[in-house]
Design a protein around this ligand. Structure first.
Ligand SMILES: Cc1cc2nc3c(=O)[nH]c(=O)nc-3n(C[C@H](O)[C@H](O)[C@H](O)COP(=O)(O)OP(=O)(O)OC[C@H]3O[C@@H](n4cnc5c(N)ncnc54)[C@H](O)[C@@H]3O)c2cc1C
Length: 375
C-alpha cells in the first residue's frame, strides 16, 4: 500500500487537477495539512478553449500546463499521476491503478464527460470534445476531409465530405460551429484554391427552439446573428436519432449526408462516480450537502461537475465558476475542522471533539447549551 501519511499532519487527497481540484489545492497552501493530488493526466486543461485546438487556432500546450509546474512552489503539495478506480470509505483508501492511497480528508473533483444520451453509434462514428486527444482528432479529421474532397470526383460524395455537423446549441456547440466556419472560410479556402466554397456546409443542430438556453434573449439573438454572418446553418427542432459515419438521421426521418459529426449536446459526471459506492443522482453526479460533503461520509467532499447540488430548485450548472466556488467552500470546511482539532491539546480531547462533532452534525444536536457567564 502507498502510505501518503508522511507526517503527523492530516492528509487531504484531492482527485482531479481541473478547475475545482487546483483551486482547492491552492487554498490549502497555508493549512496544517499535507495535500496529495491525483490525476490520470499530468496536466491541467483549460477546457473552454478546446474548440480552438479542434479548429487549429491553438496548440494543445497553449491550453494545458503540467500540474507540477503550476504548484511547484507549494511546500505542502505533492502530485501523483494515477488513475483512481475505486474507493473504500471505511478504510479511508482510494484504489488506483498503481495501488491504494490513504487519506484523512478526500476532495473528489473528477469532473465530467460527454453525455451521448444512449446514442451508441454517435461516439463510434462521431466526435466528442472533452480532452486534448478529442480536439486533435477533430482537427486531423477536418483537415483530412478537405484532402479527400480534393480527390473526390463525385459531387455528391464531395459535398458529404465537406458537410460538418455540430450537435448542440449550448456554448460549446455555438463556439465550435463558429470557429469551424471561420477556419474554413478564412484559412482553408486559401490552401485549397480549387475548392468550391458552395460545397461546404457547417450545420448547427439544436433540438429545442433556441440557442444558449439559459442566457438572456438579447445574447441568444446576438449569437444566432453572428453564426448567420459566419455562414453557419442553424437548425432548430433538429434532434439526432442516429449516425453511421456517413448519414445523420434526425428524429422525423430526415437524413443529412455528412462525414463529420461533432457532439456538443450534453455532459454528465465521469463514469468513475458510479464505481465509488457513493450515491449518484441526475447525470451521474454525486448529491452533496451545502457544505459539499457527501451525506453519511463527513470526510468526503465532492466539488465541480461531479457534484449535484441545487440552488433555487435548479441544479448548479456544470461550469468552471461553479467548480471554483465549490472548491473554496469545501476547503474552508476542511481547514476549519483540521485547525480546530489540531489546536486542542491531547489526543483524547481531539478524538472526543471529533466524535461529538460528528454526532451533532448528523443528529442535528447542539450539546453545549450552557449559560456560562461568570457574573
Ligand atoms: C469543450 C468544453 C467547453 C467548455 N466551456 C466552458 C466555458 O466556456 N465556461 C465555463 O464556465 N465552463 C466551460 N466548460 C465546463 C468546464 O470546463 C467544467 O465545468 C469544469 O472544467 C469543471 O471543473 P472540475 O474541476 O469539476 O472538473 P475538470 O476541470 O473536468 O477536471 C477533472 C479532472 O479530474 C481528472 N480525473 C477524472 N477522472 C479521474 C480518475 N478516475 N482518476 C484520476 N483523475 C481523474 C481529469 O483528468 C481532470 O483533470 C467547458 C467544458 C468543455 C468540455
Amino acid at each position: 500500500m502507498t502510505d501518503v501519511t508522511i507526517s503527523t499532519r492530516p492528509t487531504v487527497v484531492i482527485v482531479g487537477a481541473g478547475f475545482g481540484g487546483l483551486r482547492a489545492a491552492r487554498a490549502l497552501r497555508r493549512a496544517p495539512v499535507d495535500v496529495v493530488m491525483l490525476d490520470r493526466h499530468n496536466y491541467h486543461l483549460f477546457q473552454p478553449l478546446l474548440y480552438q485546438v479542434a479548429t487549429a487556432g491553438l496548440e494543445p500546450e497553449q491550453i494545458a500546463k503540467p500540474v507540477r509546474a503550476i504548484l511547484r512552489r507549494q511546500r505542502n503539495f505533492e502530485f501523483r499521476m494515477a488513475e483512481v478506480t475505486g474507493l473504500d470509505p471505511a478504510a479511508r483508501r482510494l484504489a488506483t491503478a498503481d495501488g491504494p492511497v490513504a487519506y484523512d480528508h478526500l476532495i473528489l473533483a473528477v469532473g465530467g464527460e460527454t453525455n451521448y444520451f444512449g446514442l451508441e453509434n454517435v461516439p463510434r462514428h462521431g466526435f466528442g470534445l472533452k480532452d486534448v486527444p478529442d480536439a486533435i482528432r477533430i482537427r486531423n479529421h477536418v483537415l483530412h476531409q478537405f484532402e479527400r474532397a480534393m480527390l473526390e470526383p463525385n459531387a455528391e460524395r464531395r459535398r458529404a465530405l465537406l458537410t460538418f455537423v455540430v450537435v448542440g446549441g449550448g456554448p460549446t456547440g455555438v463556439e465550435m460551429a463558429g470557429a469551424l466556419s471561420e477556419l474554413i472560410r478564412l484559412v482553408l479556402v486559401k490552401d485549397y484554391p480549387r475548392l468550391n466554397i458552395k460545397d461546404v456546409r457547417v450545420l448547427l443542430l439544436e433540438a429545442t427552439d433556441r440557442l444558449l438556453g439559459p442566457m438572456p434573449p438579447r445574447l441568444r439573438e446576438a449569437a444566432a446573428e453572428t453564426l448567420w454572418r459566419k455562414h453557419v446553418e442553424v437548425r432548430f427542432g433538429a434532434a439526432v436519432a442516429d449516425y453511421d459515419g456517413a448519414r445523420v438521421l434526425l428524429k422525423g426521418d430526415e437524413v443529412i449526408p455528412a462525414r463529420t459529426l461533432i457532439w456538443a449536446a450534453g455532459a454528465k459526471a465521469v463514469s468513475l462516480t458510479a464505481r465509488l459506492g457513493l450515491p449518484t443522482g441526475r447525470q451521474g453526479r454525486v448529491p452533496v450537502e451545502p457544505t459539499l460533503r457527501v451525506p453519511g461520509y463527513p470526510e468526503i467532499y465532492v466539488i465541480g461537475d461531479a457534484a449535484y447540488l441545487e440552488a433555487d430548485g435548479e441544479p448548479l450548472p456544470m461550469m468552471a465558476p461553479v467548480a471554483l466556488q465549490m472548491a473554496d467552500t469545501a476547503v474552508t470546511w476542511v481547514v476549519w475542522l483540521v485547525v480546530h482539532i489540531i489546536q486542542l491539546i491531547g489526543f483524547r480531547n481531539k478524538l472526543f471533539v471529533l466524535l461529538n462533532w460528528a454526532w451533532d452534525y448528523f443528529f442535528f444536536e447542539r450539546a453545549a447549551r450552557l449559560i456560562t457567564t461568570m457574573d
